[in-house]
Design a protein around this ligand. Structure first.
Ligand code: ADP
Ligand code: MG
Length: 712
């Protein structure tokens, strides 16, 4: 290595095999490869699992019986003997100069080899008193070798492969030492480093592997976490901007008369959050590139008004709008709501006598007859239908639009690349319609930035005023469940209605899950005998489904027993009780959705979560729902319960270069990284002036992996 060689890049490090390090022979190389550590870069990115702070270790003479403690000491003597059933008992005499502690291990004969005389180790466990002596049984053992220093890193290691934490530590030390001569290149712009007061990369790698103090480790982690998040965001933002550059969109006129008339007719004033969201949307819609925005808003936050506003912007510009929903029940529901909101609005029509005609909204679902369907399709193609509502069938081949300017997608998280391509064909020659995706299952903002990194995100974080809060009650015991049915009977007597949700439609899956059909039969015959009890599930024919829904809407059914088909969108203000059976089996977001079906009118509403969950997580979810009605808060709790792996997908996380960063713990850094990414990409779209960063992205986020991130 000649003096004057340029600093080492991560790319350089990825090309140096670990075998080149002193002390790493064939055997250790193999063992490392087994841990997916092949290059020096892999090694440096093999971060400690935790740290032992020697200054906080207990001394044996101070140990209190009954407490858990961490002790650093040395093995004085080790012995094993056979006990009953051919099992072994290994006894280790352990000392630290202040006293003695005996460690016992049951049936772990290999401990005798691991803890040979003179071995330094750190043990962690509960201090017990046995025959007058202090001991720990089956403590956690970390071998630290003869490592010195106040803070000792503990690496993920493989006992079986003979790869110990001190091996890793010494290989990493060696690697760091070898980097020192040339230094590590730092591709992150100096002004960014200054702004966040970051240490340089070299110091960061040193500090994460070999900190002098825990604050130093924290500084190092902060820097490395930022680097990981910045790479991911740079890639997402680069792709987002590329799509925007390369796809022509519709330039909408946002200050037209139709939207104004619509807003004036609403019986309420828009909330601040609605106004802000509409503004955010407008700023996209006026640009000559397609909008691709995610609208997150809790149940009841008033997303429909925002959606209709978007559709009307297209219509007032002489184009068409489509509202896509996941189920036909929802499509019917939206159709009803939207036609109600837009009654007696007109659009310009030069061919008519008055120069205008009534605005036309149509529903396209399977129950629409052949003749009607043909007519609607024909009128969509000639532009006589302004807004169409339906399921994903709306973007299928057979549906032709004269000029589709705006698509709103309700309750669908993923809107894949293929679907986007299909949409592009529906727009006016070459111009892709704008897309607004809405969801009532919020995910934490920073997770959204990573998972939906190609979308812009708006948040409706304010509920319209005058809502009656929903009381959530956990009915855990049979006795408590009896009270639920009594409450329903009382409420129905007062003219209210109720939902009862069951997880499955028949008992094919498991015996303890109540079927909707059985529940319906039982409730109608026993607990709710005499009430009008309806049934709705996925296998009910579309016509019957709609009939049942309209019976319920119009009060001809008192209690609707249903599967989760009613999860989203159903809006019957007179329904004030939601009962979810076997609630522990539902996910948090789902329960929150279901609860959102009540509390829509002026009457006090209640949500009963019934059952005694089999898992602690199930109980924790119910506890959280009882404690809060804030969807965003619940999403955070859920992220905590499930771990972020489930949001990112384990595979995705593993492959997306996030080795240290946690979307939960490092929230603020996700935001910072994203705004830095925008700043960099907007002045240097393909990173030509930041070749170091570009190389790192190419190195660490392979093409298909970035695709994976985008699609989710
Ligand atoms: P979401 O789809 O977000 O769950 P909706 O759009 O269905 O919510 O709105 C829920 C209810 O709130 C509807 O009855 C709607 O008319 C009403 N609403 C919407 N915006 C407002 C507002 N700004 N003020 C008062 N009520 C509103
Ligand atoms: Mg809605």
């Amino acid at each position: 290595m000649a003096v004057g060689d340029p600093p080492l890049t991560l790319g350089d490090l990825s090309e140096i095999p670990v075998g080149r390090l002193r002390g790493v022979g064939d055997k250790k190389s193999k063992a490392l490869a087994g841990q997916e550590i092949v290059s020096v870069l892999d090694l440096l990115q093999h971060y400690p699992r935790r740290y032992l702070d020697r200054t906080r270790q207990a001394r044996i003479e101070e140990l209190e019986v009954g407490e858990e403690a961490t002790v650093l000491g040395e093995v004085r003597r080790v012995s094993s003997r056979r006990i009953r059933n051919r099992r072994t008992l290994t006894n280790v005499e352990f000392g630290d100069g202040t006293g003695r502690l005996s460690l016992t291990f049951f049936n772990q004969p290999w401990r005798e080899r691991q803890l040979s005389e003179g071995t330094q180790a750190i043990v962690y466990g509960k201090v017990e008193l046995y025959r007058g002596r202090r001991q720990m049984s089956n403590p956690v053992v970390d071998l630290v070798g003869n490592r010195t220093g106040r803070i000792i890193p503990v690496y993920p290691q493989s006992q079986r492969a003979g790869l110990h934490t001190w091996d890793l530590a010494s290989f990493i030390d060696e690697a760091l030492a070898r980097c020192r001569a040339r230094g590590l290149a730092d591709p992150v712009p100096g002004r960014v480093l200054d702004h966040f007061d970051f240490i340089d990369r070299q110091a960061a790698f040193n500090g994460i592997h070999h900190p002098e103090s825990m604050p130093e480790q924290a500084e190092a982690r902060r820097r490395l976490v930022f680097d990981e998040l910045l790479r991911v965001q740079l890639e997402l933002v680069r792709r987002k901007r590329r799509i925007e550059r390369e796809t022509a969109g519709v330039v909408h006129r946002v200050d037209g008369p139709l939207v104004e008339a619509f807003h004036q007719r609403l019986p309420f004033a828009l909330t601040g959050a609605q106004l802000r969201t509409i503004d955010e949307m407008y700023s996209d819609m006026v640009l000559p590139r397609p909008m691709h925005r995610l609208l997150q808003g809790d149940v009841g936050s008033g997303k429909t008004v925002v959606a209709v506003t978007a559709l009307l912007v297209a219509v007032q510009g002489g184009m068409q709008g489509a509202l896509m929903v996941p189920t036909e029940v929802l499509a019917e529901q939206h159709h009803l709501a939207v036609t109600g909101m837009l009654a007696d609005l007109s659009v310009a029509d030069p061919s008519s006598l008055m120069g205008e005609r009534p605005l036309r909204v149509e529903l396209l679902v399977s129950r629409v007859g052949t003749a009607d369907r043909r007519r609607i399709l024909a009128d969509l193609a000639t532009g006589r239908v302004d807004i169409v509502i339906g399921t994903h069938a709306l973007i299928q081949d057979r549906v032709e639009y004269r000029s589709l300017g705006m698509v709103v997608i309700d309750e669908q998280h993923r809107f894949g690349v293929e679907q986007r391509a299909a949409l592009r064909e529906k727009g006016e020659t070459g111009a892709a319609p704008d897309v607004l995706v809405m969801t009532a299952t919020p995910i934490p903002r920073t997770a959204a930035m990573t998972v939906y990194g190609d979308l812009d995100v708006s948040v409706l974080d304010e509920l319209p005023p005058g809502r009656t809060p929903i009381d959530t009650i956990w009915a855990r015991t049979d006795l408590e469940e009896v009270a639920v049915w009594a409450d329903i009977r009382e409420s129905v007597a007062e003219g209210r209605q109720a939902y009862v949700v069951c997880p499955l439609i028949d008992e094919s899956e498991s015996l303890d899950v109540r079927s909707a059909e059985e529940t319906h039969a039982r409730l109608a015959g026993e607990e709710l005998a005499g009430l009008r009890v309806g049934l709705l599930h996925g296998r009910v024919a579309p016509d019957d489904k709609e009939e049942t829904m309209s019976d319920f809407r119009e009060g001809r059914i008192d209690v609707l027993v249903a599967t989760t088909v009613i999860e989203v969108g159903v809006d019957v203000p007179n329904a004030t009780i939601m009962v979810v059976l076997d609630a522990g089996r539902f996910g948090m977001a789902q329960l929150h959705q279901l609860r959102g079906r009540v509390g829509r009118g002026t009457h006090a509403s209640r949500c009963y979560l019934v059952g005694d969950p089999a898992t602690p997580d199930g109980a924790a979810r119910i506890d959280a729902l009882v404690a809060s009605t804030d969807g965003f808060h619940l999403a955070e709790v859920d992220l905590g319960l499930r771990g972020e792996g489930t949001i990112m997908g384990e595979r995705q996380k593993g492959r997306s270069d996030l080795k240290l960063a946690s979307l939960r713990r490092d929230r603020e850094w996700v935001e910072s990284a994203r705004s830095v990414a925008f700043e960099i990409i907007d002045s240097d779209p393909e990173l030509d002036d930041h070749p170091g960063l570009r190389d790192e992205i190419d190195l660490l986020l392979a093409e298909d992996e970035a695709d994976f991130l985008m699609k989710g």
